[in-house]
Design a protein around this ligand. Sequence first.
Ligand code: GLA
Length: 407
Amino acid sequence: MRRISRLAAVFAALTFAAAPVLADTTQEVVNKAPNGLALTPPMGWNSWNKFACDVNEQTVRATADAMVASGMRDAGYQYVVIDDCWHGPRDANGFITADAQKFPSGIKALADYVHSRGLKFGIYSDAGRLTCGGRPGSQGHEYQDALTYARWGVDYLKYDWCSTGDRNAKEAYAVMADALRQSGRPIVFSMCEWGTAKPWLWAKNTGNLWRTTGDIWDSFATKDKAHDWAHPVTDIVDLNEPLWSYAGPGHWNDPDMLEVGNGGMTPAEYRSHFSLWAMMAAPLIAGNDIAHMDASTRSILLNGDVIAVDQDTLGIQGHRVVKDGTSEVWTKPLANGAVAVLLFNRGEQPATISATAQQLSVPLTRRTRMRDLWGHRDVRLRNAAISAMVEAHGVAMFRLDPAGTAR
Ligand code: GLA
């Protein structure tokens, strides 16, 4: 342990020596987060939702290539994250190794490849003895693992909660947060504790994002009867929405990764899923096969207007302001006095959904600029209300810029 701390100190000293001096304004922003990272919700791709344990280095390389070729990298998707099952055994000194069949070139070479494509690289571990997929967890090896990740060039760690026995979540996540800090490399810390110990109440200075629910299930509203920890989109929304006041720059509620493009929902339902995640300032971590996605999936994941709502620099999580049966209205304040508005129809039939200026807490005048974020056009406000016919399970989404403000 002592040898490892010394290594970490040398590593940290080298990194700090190379760090640029921060201007005052940047420093203020850095102070908002425990490690100065994820000042807007992280965006990227994770292997789990599509590939589960069937992940290997060819898939990760092909995904990184496709993220560049499809325009996803340039749209803001940054982190390429390998989830569970990349691990081999620990070596004689306790250092974690990669599964030699699936990752014969090793993790460092893969991280180098991902970096060479202008992307960042992420990996997965667990606070218990074993990961959820039965691979070695980090319990008792936290500082050693964080140092290994730093040496490999890891930029993002997702840290799960299987096989933790009676471990205390606050303590377990604090240990890995400290280990990552001491590694000397900036590493986004994604806590995957499923909301069991209410991390939104205590993890603001521990993690950059924390899961608020069990796993997402690729369905709009149908529960998977075989897996009671898995939730369809509407259930996740109802669990994550009330937590809106706990999110902010550097510390986000995480309602789990995207299922867009995985086949369990219609295009309208996937547009709703993506829009609701953007309104909730959720991490946008694609979970589909990027190298083989269809045009509909691409048009959803690459909707720059919706991504801009998610990535707004104020970092305020939006929430529901009206619920009338299966019709809902949501708002999210944006920088420069702008507001995003979502009209969401959970019902089985098309519905007209309307919202008044009072319900939205925004002045609506003839000079208000309004953009339809799925229609990709500016629309004229006819009176002091917003109204749209919304398809079943669908959304209409708008951005309002009050008169006289610049975009
Ligand atoms: C848990 C997590 C998932 C995924 C799997 C991997 O279920 O919540 O997101 O990481 O483990 O085994």
